[in-house]
Design a protein around this ligand. Structure first.
Ligand SMILES: *Cc1c(COP(=O)(O)O)cnc(C)c1O
Length: 531
């Protein structure tokens, strides 16, 4: 297998090369009661439909010859065929409701059903973003209360609620930083953004999007920002530093105050990637750590559903220095009424928050359904429950770290926060790579952890169990991984290369799927018409 310098495969092993890969094929292509499913367009049959509509009454044609002459290419299926198609597809989708989802950095925790119930209340589910303010006071109040919780938990004076995901929240924070720099007339000189090597890809991408140049800070031996290397890179041209805390190695950056002070001393801002807030919610406040802006992934920390492309939500808290540049819209409360400040001119007269707003990031006010779910999570847990969730998340990760240490190689010494990072040293000489190990986990019924991220360790495996998993579930997971590690060391390399053997599809060429996606179905050419 071809590997890049991080030990990440650059192309897939071709499937079915080993003997074991040729499992007995079935006539239908189905495996057990897992039904093979073709594309909906391939199931199309002319004239089939799920509804009976009366023949339209003849009318005078007023289209002046512009009417469509061919069909529009919608697939024709009956109602039961449509139903089965989508249910079968849904069953191929692994979900947090089916089992553990140990993806590191993703915080795939259980989505409490109470939250779903609240989000479906007609007063929340049915509101329209263009309803008059007077008719949506409850919805505005909910956003306002949620904002208060977020400010309280982070110790920050302001929060922009409209960003729609973590990456969007990063963009919000960095745009506020950019606006603050422009207001100081330093835009021409403050052009550099520092980010650790272990940063999530969205951090440098956001900085570049905002017109900055990214400069990587190396990690020290303990997996944290190398403070001396950072200080050497500081200068008057530094616009900001982007640091994740706890970082993507699952470790708390204990020099965080010194990092903040050093960056502030040269006139730069501190953007904190708050995706891992689940580990410290209620325990440490980013506002006390010198943070100027931080996004919060409601879809991670506050249990709103994600995975599979559902909506996220990335409210971004802002410090005193950045609050005036907050985007519109935001909500202000006056005499018990809630008002949406939608325009920059209105923001100017509304007070400190957003007085110099950099503008608008999104058409409306943010992800209402996610706001309801997140607030429902907070209120049902209470202040003590939120702290307990963070503590249990850290406890669970350390349990996994402690149990797996005997066979797998932990990337760093000591305890971890909410996720446990392993590298591939334990596989050295076995012929088994991180990717084979992950594929073999699928056969054992476990969704793999995050692999090959962060880039600072070779062949990374990042496990985030979250607080939702019971000890019994964690034990089963650890037992499976320990057994796989022993089998790899015992020389069962062929079995690993052939995995997954029990999945509907086997080894896929994931690199090509990502680099050269085929997003369009082209109908097979009809057989040549006989002349
Ligand atoms: C998830 C994550 C992001 C991005 O959040 P999205 O909601 O996926 O855009 C950024 N940084 C880190 C560390 C993350 O884990």
């Amino acid at each position: 297998m071809t590997m890049n310098s991080q030990g990440r495969p650059t192309r897939a092993e071709s499937a079915g090369t080993t003997e074991e890969a040729s499992d007995t094929p079935t006539l239908t292509g189905n495996r057990g009661l897992m039904i093979r499913e073709s594309l909906i367009f391939e199931k199309d049959a002319f004239g089939r439909t799920g509804v009976d509509l009366p023949e339209p009454k003849p009318r005078a044609n007023r289209l002046g010859g512009l009417e469509r002459r061919e069909g529009i290419g919608l697939p024709g299926l009956s109602e039961p065929e449509t139903m089965r198609h989508f249910v079968r597809l849904s069953q191929k989708n692994y979900a947090i409701d089916m089992g553990p989802f140990p993806l590191g950095s993703c915080t795939m925790k259980h989505n409490p059903r109470l939250n779903e119930k609240m989000a479906r209340l007609p007063g929340f589910a049915d509101v329209h973003p263009m309803q008059p303010e007077a008719t949506v006071q409850g919805a505005l109040e909910l956003i306002h209360v949620l904002a208060r919780w977020l400010k309280e938990l982070t110790g920050m004076p302001a929060v922009a609620m409209s960003p729609k995901a973590g990456a969007h929240g990063e963009l919000c924070g960095m745009m506020a930083i950019k606006a603050a720099i422009e207001a100081k007339e330093e835009a021409a000189t403050r052009v550099r953004v520092l980010a650790p090597e272990s940063a999530h890809g969205t951090n440098p991408a956001t900085a570049v999007q905002c017109g900055f140049r990214v400069d990587a800070i190396p990690a020290d031996k303990t997996g944290r920002v190398d403070l001396n290397a950072l200080k050497e890179k500081l200068g008057e041209d530094v616009a900001a530093i982007m640091v994740t805390n706890p970082n993507t190695c699952g470790l708390f950056e204990h020099d965080i105050r010194d990092i903040a002070d050093a960056v502030h001393a040269v006139g730069g801002y501190f953007y904190c990637d708050g995706a891992n807030f689940n580990a410290i919610a209620g325990k440490a406040r980013p506002g006390d750590l010198g943070v100027d802006a931080m996004h919060i992934n409601l879809h991670k920390t506050f249990s709103t559903p994600h995975g599979g492309g559902g909506p996220g939500s990335g409210p971004t808290v802002l410090s005193e220095a950045l609050a005036p540049f907050a985007p519109v819209p935001f909500i202000v409360e006056r005499n018990g009424r809630f008002h949406l400040i939608e325009r920059r001119e209105a923001a100017k007269s509304a007070g400190a928050e957003g007085a110099e707003s950099f503008g608008r990031m999104t058409a409306f006010h943010g992800q209402m359904g996610m706001f309801v779910r997140a607030l429902s999570y907070m209120l049902s847990h209470g202040a003590d429950g939120v702290v307990r969730a963070a503590e249990d998340a850290v406890l669970n990760a350390n349990y996994v770290l402690a149990r797996l240490r005997s066979e797998l190689t932990a990337a760093f010494d000591g305890y971890c926060m909410h996720e446990a990072l392993f590298d591939d040293r334990f596989l050295k000489g076995t012929g088994v790579e991180t990717i084979d190990f992950a594929k073999a986990m699928i056969d054992e019924g476990f969704h793999p952890m995050t692999m090959y991220f962060p880039l600072v360790v070779h062949g990374a495996m990042l496990i985030e169990p979250t607080e939702s998993e019971s000890k019994a579930e964690l034990d089963k997971f650890c037992d499976a991984l320990l057994s796989l590690a022993r089998r790899a060391k015992a020389g069962e390399v062929a079995a690993f290369k052939a995995a997954p053997r029990h999945a509907p599809l086997r080894r896929l060429d994931e690199t090509s799927a990502a680099r050269k996606p085929v997003l369009r179905w082209t109908p097979p050419q009809p057989a040549e018409a006989a002349e």
